[in-house]
Write a protein that binds this ligand. Structure first.
Ligand code: UT7
Length: 331
């Protein structure tokens, strides 16, 4: 019996209107465009300004974009996964709200959290349900309102992150296209280097945690950078080796958008030409769970049926890995 493959059959995306440029950041913290551009590659990010809108708003817009483009009946969706590090609420599932709002009334839904690797891990989850024959339409959304947990007086983090969302529909594919292989890893050593300290069960919210700014992202950038460079590149190289993919056979590298230097190091290790590296970090910065689907949406017009895509990501935890997927449709 041939293996059932799980392919991406549609993508959608959404970024909020407000543009936070490097020039604007220069008026908020001690930084400058030259430093940000040369150290990260970021020029601007999108910020969801509306106080009464959370991550679900971004996710719903991205899902609606996909539904409209694909002319998809939301009643046919079996499962909605929201990959996010910034859920609307800590206990109530963001995905449940998103599913109801987009009319996916026959679906069950839940959130998935693995920091910047959330979407990559979510691809594995979505594909596993399809490959097992359990469900036929799994909607995976990567969404983060990072601005809700950023301290805009901390120049080490506020220049990096932005808000956004992207969605991908996973369906069975009988031509063999879709997810081919995955190499996913984690290491709990990382939780001291990239975290939001308070608000969880370890350190519940209190007046002190608010005063100490422990409800914002803290990052030891240098340490995270070192782990990210070696692990993202290793994972992508491993996927290539395991699938006997040569640098010429890889059509696209789809890397998490955290820093251009990490992206370049991964491409170099794989020996793939920069023309094959998807990149939109200059426009959106690091949108955490949304970087990979935002890339797919931005590059959808250039993708051809059969293209070989290597995804790679690294995030808090630490969590990281790589996925090899073949593209299933011409746009
Ligand atoms: O997506 C999840 C995973 N996250 C990542 O992969 C992020 C990994 N880390 C990074 O991308 C980089 O470490 C950063 C972009 C965060 C920082 O770049 P860096 O090259 O590691 O800079 P640094 O922290 O070593 O700082 C170098 C200098 C310092 O000054 P001194 O001590 O050399 O005088 C900083 O104080 O740059 C200074 N600096 C800044 N200057 C202007 C730090 N932040 C800024 C800033 N503007 N925003």
């Amino acid at each position: 019996m041939t293996k059932l493959h799980a392919a991406i059959s549609a993508v959608g995306s959404y970024v909020p209107e407000f543009v936070l440029t490097n020039a604007l950041l220069e008026t908020m913290v001690e930084t400058n465009d030259e430093w940000i551009t040369s150290r990260t590659g970021i020029k601007e990010r999108r910020i969801l300004k509306d106080k009464d809108k959370g991550t679900s708003y971004l996710a719903i817009q991205a899902a609606k974009d996909l539904i409209e483009k694909k002319q998809l009946d939301p009643h046919s969706i079996d499962l909605v996964l929201v990959a996010t590090a910034t859920p609307d609420l800590l206990v109530a599932s963001t995905a449940a709200y998103v599913a109801s709002e987009i009319g996916a009334i026959n679906a069950f839904s839940y959130d998935l959290q693995a920091a910047c690797s959330s979407f990559l891990y979510g691809m594995s989850t979505a594909a596993a349900y399809i490959e097992a024959g359990r469900y036929k339409k799994v909607l995976l959304i990567g969404a983060d309102k990072m601005s809700s947990i950023i301290d805009y007086s901390d120049r080490a983090t506020c220049i990096i992150f932005g808000d956004g969302a992207g969605a991908a529909l996973f369906e069975p594919n009988n031509e063999g296209y879709g997810l081919q292989d995955e190499y996913l890893r984690s290491d709990g050593i990382g939780r001291n280097f990239l975290k939001m300290e308070a608000g969880g069960s370890l350190l519940p919210a209190s007046i002190e945690t608010v005063q100490n700014k422990q409800h914002h992202v803290y990052q030891d950038g240098k340490t995270v950078f070192k782990f990210a460079v070696s692990n993202m590149a290793d994972a992508a190289a491993k996927i290539m080796e395991r699938n006997a993919l040569t640098k010429d056979q890889v059509d696209w590298l789809v890397p998490h958008q955290a820093n251009n230097r990490i992206i370049d190091a991964t491409a170099k290790r794989m020996e793939v030409d920069t023309s094959k590296v998807m990149n939109n970090i200059a426009k959106y910065g690091n949108t955490t769970s949304a970087t990979l689907p935002l890339l797919l949406a931005d590059y959808e017009n250039q993708l051809k049926k059969g293209d070989k895509l290597v995804f790679a990501a690294f995030g808090g935890g630490f969590t990281w890995g790589s996925i090899y997927l073949t593209w299933a449709y011409d746009n």
